[in-house]
Design a protein around this ligand. Structure first.
Ligand code: DQA
Length: 162
């Protein structure tokens, strides 16, 4: 875990968050609903957008099945976004490139997983991105993303209803 210190005075006028989702998360609702639930990807983005609106946070979303697209999105976030929320999906367990990208831009990042990967298969016990993430939230479904929004908002000195 890498904690990036933010002073209250560093809070931008309006926080800008980037929410990245990796492969197969576009199939939420269809994909193994016993593990990932029945809510769709658009339900997910709608819930995050509503939370951000409440907190007066600007938010952008990207889902991609391609590792390179996600790496480029992280690179492009440099100096444009104040925080990243990322569920790298299967790339969690394989991608040094995503880890390096998050390290390179130095943007406070929260790793989120819908399922509790800690109690699943052995190959899901490795997370490359975790070394660059300030926080990991898992097993809370869509609420995990909302918790990540709250974490980043509070880090910058904000809070719900402000
Ligand atoms: C996931 C867990 C990963 O192991 C898996 O490959 C995913 C989704 C989750 O949100 O629980 O695609 O990141």
């Amino acid at each position: 875990m890498r904690l990036i210190k933010i002073r209250k005075t560093d809070r931008p006028k309006r926080l800008k968050l980037l929410v990245l989702n990796g492969p197969n998360l576009n199939l939420l609702g269809v994909r193994e609903p016993n593990i990932y639930g029945r809510k769709t990807y658009s339900d997910l983005t709608a819930a995050i957008a509503a939370e951000c609106k409440k907190r007066r946070i600007r938010v952008r979303f990207l889902q991609s099945n391609s590792e390179g697209v996600l790496v480029t999105a992280i690179q492009n976030a440099y100096r444009r976004f104040d925080g990243i929320i990322i569920n790298p999906a299967a790339y969690t367990h394989t991608s040094v490139a995503l880890l390096d990208a998050v390290k390179a831009v130095g943007i406070p990042t929260v790793e989120v997983h819908l399922s509790d990967v800690s109690v699943r298969e052995d190959f899901r016990q490795v997370s490359f991105i975790r070394a660059a993430a300030e926080k990991t939230i898992m097993g809370k479904g869509i609420d995990g993303y909302l918790e990540a929004v709250a974490y980043l908002d509070e880090k910058y000195g904000g809070g719900a209803g402000q």
